[in-house]
Ligand binder design. Sequence first.
Ligand SMILES: C[S@@+](CC[C@H](N)C(=O)[O-])C[C@H]1O[C@@H](n2cnc3c(N)ncnc32)[C@H](O)[C@@H]1O
Length: 258
Amino acid sequence: MIISSFLANIGKRDFLCNCTIHKGRLQYLKRQLEFTSALISKSHKGDDPLLQYVVNNSLREHPVLTKLWLRTMEDPKNLMMVAAEQAQFMANLAKLIEANKPIEIGMYTGYNALNLALVVPENGLVVACKINEVYVNISKPFFKEAGVEDKIDIRIKPAAETLDELLTAGKAGTFDFVFIDADKKNYETYYEKSLQLVRKGGIVAIENVLWGGRVINPAEDDLSSQTIDKLNKKLHKDERIDLSMLTVADGRTLAIKR
Ligand SMILES: C[S@@+](CC[C@H](N)C(=O)[O-])C[C@H]1O[C@@H](n2cnc3c(N)ncnc32)[C@H](O)[C@@H]1O
């Protein structure tokens, strides 16, 4: 039912937005379902066949992540969900640095929180920041089904408060991977606190740093674009980090703490 209901809407929905674009994946999924293959993949550039090819030949999505993705697609705000292939990239980064304490700032239905929990070791823990209880009832059964419910510590309050609590509790330098993907106006705050919380060699990944291109010339009344643009420029000169700004999806900065 779940699958058929969103497939029925494929043709009606406008997937073109400044952030994640799920149309390619839906089309691919539809084909896969029609041909009864188990493989599910996606693209985030609408109909871009080359990106679709990349995704079709590289995504290795955990089956419970696929289920959570499908469930999330039923939500009208599903474009907030991180792209599956981008989540996989972050999971690989987390593995590369042997992360066992990541922080997810902005959890939504928990796709990336689950993605990270699946790659941290047995004693690992993902701190997942949520502004409210909405969607938690969606997330939790999937966390449980994947066997990682005890590896995801959901903190329900403004993310800045959670980060402050961690700092006050003496946790500075004890985390290793942070994904900043919440309200843009607080991005600089999140970055500064995250940088304190990660260890040397830890990564702060910042999502949507191109903000649909609006960072090039932010409008006077566009606080989000202004904030992201200011942060981008600040990071460029920040001697505390090594830096890459990736042009994937809506732009992602990787700040690696020196
Ligand atoms: C783009 S979505 C996150 C998507 C998620 N990272 C994923 O992989 O699916 C942004 C989320 O941040 C949450 N959010 C917004 N302001 C927040 C705040 N001050 N503190 C914590 N979460 C916040 C929103 O409710 C929303 O769920």
